[in-house]
Design a protein around this ligand. Structure first.
Ligand code: ADP
Length: 320
């Protein structure tokens, strides 16, 4: 293998830059040439390819987002779009791709492989942490810390004004961010799509808290479990308590990556290069119990990632 390509696709995630840096520098360390593809599959179709060198990835380890930019591409979902993408890779002499993104990006890469034989290794990058075969995706830890930081701040006002706060967090159809940030932030209740929650139970808990002198309550709602505004309205209507809603939105995705994200992103990016050099193809890198592993992409995409119910139960017990 002489040349590899790297791109970021789907939603940006803090730590993606660390993965890009690792891919570029590890590949150059092994004497490979590296092409950086701008704006994910969209840039691949438009021919936005550029040479990467050691300096291209200097001074980015601490930056959120992705220097390669990211995008969503409807054209890539068509066979014609993918044919164009493959043509640009062949023109540049790219023999293998590292795709840093979520499961949608991996599905796209799989089609590019099926139809045009383009080799690829997937590196899981999404704050939602919803990709199977890995305990952590790049960006998740930073997002959770961003949410916990926000909860800490909201707590000051919640206590001072003796209010109930509903905090809506991201996660698409999964509750990983809500669960981890809810436990770490000491939320009274956590609503996630994986577990059915009766709002009457949430309200009962609120009253119990009030009875023993709690000054405030924080309820974390994963976006996939419903709208924070709706939850806030129901609580307000049923209890008459001063209830406010905060939707954290994209501040969860930004900012400097945590050291944890930097380390797993660096390790995963470097491993993706190792796998390509070994001649591996259609794999996804994952971290399981602290160890880096590679999984067949078909296997990974056929699995479903589940939350740890014991963590959910623990959060409930501790917030009693
Ligand atoms: P993520 O990678 O974070 O899950 P998306 O689901 O938006 O993000 O996917 C990123 C891009 O990957 C899409 O804009 C599209 O170009 C491509 N993609 C996603 N799913 C498919 C699919 N089933 N077939 C072809 N391309 C896909």
């Amino acid at each position: 293998m002489k040349r590899i390509g790297v791109l970021t696709s789907g939603g940006d995630a803090p730590g993606m830059n660390c993965a890009i840096r690792a891919v570029v520098r590890k590949a150059i360390f092994f004497g490979l040439d590296v092409t950086g593809i701008q704006r994910g599959y969209s840039g691949l179709i438009n021919g936005e390819l550029r040479e990467m060198n050691l300096s291209s990835v200097a001074d980015i380890i601490h930056r959120g987002g992705t220097i390669l930019r990211t995008a969503r591409s409807e054209t890539f979902r068509t066979p014609e779009g993918r044919a164009k993408a493959a043509e640009h890779l062949r023109e540049m002499g790219v023999e293998g791709l590292v795709i840093i993104g979520g499961d949608g990006s991996f599905r796209g890469a799989r089609l590019l492989s099926n139809e045009h034989g383009i080799k690829f290794i997937g590196v899981p990058g999404t704050i939602d942490n919803d990709i199977p075969c890995t305990d952590y995706c790049i960006g998740f830890d930073t997002a959770v810390n961003n949410v916990v930081d926000a909860i800490n701040k909201i707590r000051d006002t919640a206590t001072s004004h003796e209010r109930t706060y509903v905090v809506e967090v991201m996660g698409r159809n999964s509750g990983f961010i809500a669960l981890e940030a809810g436990l770490a932030g000491g939320a009274e209740s956590i609503l996630i799509p994986e577990m059915k929650t009766n709002l009457d139970d949430v309200i009962e808990k609120l009253y119990r808290g009030l009875q023993r002198g709690k000054l405030h309550s924080i309820i974390v709602v994963a976006e996939g479990a419903g709208s924070g505004i709706d939850v806030g309205n129901v609580i307000k209507e049923k209890t008459g308590l001063d209830t406010r809603v905060t939707i954290l939105g994209h501040i969860q995705r930004g900012g400097t990556p945590t050291s944890f994200d930097r380390v797993i992103a660096s390790r995963m990016g470097a491993m993706a290069v190792d796998l390509l050099i070994e001649g591996k193809d259609r794999k996804m890198v994952g971290v399981v119990s602290g160890e880096l592993k590679d999984f067949d992409i078909d296997y990974a995409l056929s699995r479903e990632k589940t939350i740890d119910k014991s963590v959910y139960e623990l959060a409930g017990i501790l917030a009693i």
